[in-house]
Design a protein around this ligand. Structure first.
Ligand code: NAD
Ligand code: UDP
Ligand code: UDP
Length: 320
């Protein structure tokens, strides 16, 4: 049994990771300040004596004796991370310093949840890990993009200077149950709008692309990365190479939900990347042939079912 710290564990991705690692017989400390996550996401785990939920802000030091750390604490939706940009960058940078300091002290392995956003509005398509990116350092997305880039730098420097056992993953757009309905990201927005019969809001002309990964595929990749051979530190892309325009996504969700919602167009946010698609050769090679298994339609069915239950009051998240 390993003792594992998951920062941001009460968020969307973190809650799935907590559940999976707990079910595999590990002891979990789930640390969260509930900025965008919620106790409700892990409520079913609270009775398990090997699960501990801690309210803590990772910009402050934290002390525990653990074997592994997954560092996920950071708001991930543009709406949320731009709400308090200074707090966002503090969370990435000071959160990295504190979790790395902890990893150094207790000699734990530590995995950083970085992001495809480090590629910015990419001039290279699709994006391999070797691409350095095209990021505006002073724009509205910079608090997130540059915070995550700086966190990667800190991870590398703790590895080089202090021999901390690090792993870096770059996550591409991921969706699934436990997304916050108010999250503001495109998949949850379109599904919630469709289920409520509200207008579906496409930002810009809808020709921009994203590659959508179902959360179970991501969690599998994260665990394989944590257990990858010593000396393999990444960064490694984890994403689904299937690439869709926002228009295609909207049509798919309209068709699948049978909604009468209409599409409307809103202003494209500044610095919104025009395209995004991962090269996943490195993940396949280093993570025992890892590749996404869940196609977009299949993942959307599960996500739509989750939001249907949530909105009709059946899911635990709204029972509380
Ligand atoms: P989320 O917003 O659902 O989860 C983030 C969690 O971190 C929340 O529970 C939040 O309350 C917590 N948190 C935020 N600031 C904190 C702080 N200062 N101290 C302690 N906890 C704090 O987002 P998510 O989609 O689950 O993302 C998890 C991680 O994966 C993030 O680091 C994000 O940058 C990264 N990521 C996610 C995606 C994606 O598409 N889901 C893509 C790229 C990277
Ligand atoms: N830290 C922490 N928990 C620990 C050990 C360290 O939160 O178990 C914090 C510590 O407060 C410091 C940061 O991690 O601010 C970096 O620690 P490190 O030892 O690398 O640097 P130093 O303490 O020398 O500044
Ligand atoms: N988007 C959209 N309508 C929405 C929310 C987002 O058209 O209601 C677009 C957004 O402009 C972007 C894409 O969908 O081009 C993905 O946005 P999201 O916020 O999910 O993630 P990110 O931009 O961080 O990839």
């Amino acid at each position: 049994m390993k003792k594992i710290l998951i920062t941001g564990g009460a968020g969307f991705v973190g809650s799935h990771l907590c559940k999976r690692l707990l079910n595999e017989g590990n002891e979990i400390i789930c640390l969260d300040n509930y900025l965008t996550g919620s106790k409700k996401n892990v409520i079913e785990l609270l009775d398990n004596p090997y699960f501990e939920l801690v309210r803590h802000d990772i910009t402050e030091p934290y002390y525990a004796e653990v074997d592994e750390i997954y560092n996920l604490a950071c708001p991930a939706s543009p709406v949320h991370y731009q709400y308090n940009p200074i707090k966002t960058i503090k969370t990435s940078v000071m959160g990295a310093i504190n979790t790395l300091g902890l990893a150094k002290r207790v000699k734990a392995k530590i995995l950083q949840a970085s992001t495809s956003e480090v590629y910015g509005d990419p001039a290279v398509h699709p994006q391999p890990e070797s691409y350095w990116g095209n990021v505006n350092p002073i724009g509205t997305r910079s608090c997130y993009d540059e915070g995550k880039r700086c966190a990667e730098t800190l991870f590398m420097d703790y590895y080089l200077q202090n021999q901390v056992k690090i792993k870096i993953i770059r996550i591409f757009n991921t969706y699934g149950p436990n997304m916050n309905p108010e999250d503001g990201r495109v998949v949850s927005n379109f599904i919630v709008q469709a289920l409520k019969g509200e207008d579906i809001t496409i930002f810009g002309d809808g020709t921009q692309t994203r590659s959508f990964q179902f959360v179970d595929d991501l969690v599998e990749g994260m665990i394989r990365m944590m257990n990858s051979r010593d000396g393999f530190i990444g960064p490694v892309n984890l994403g689904n190479p299937g690439e869709f325009t926002m228009m295609e996504l909207a049509f798919k969700i309209i068709e699948m939900t049978g909604t009468r919602s209409k599409i409307i167009h809103k202003k494209l946010p500044t610095d919104d990347p025009t395209q995004r698609k991962p090269v996943i050769d490195l993940a396949k090679k280093e993570l025992n042939g890892w590749e996404p298994k869940v196609a977009l339609e299949e993942g959307l069915v599960k996500t739509i079912t989750y939001f249907e239950e949530l909105l009709s009051g059946e899911a635990v998240s709204v029972k509380l």
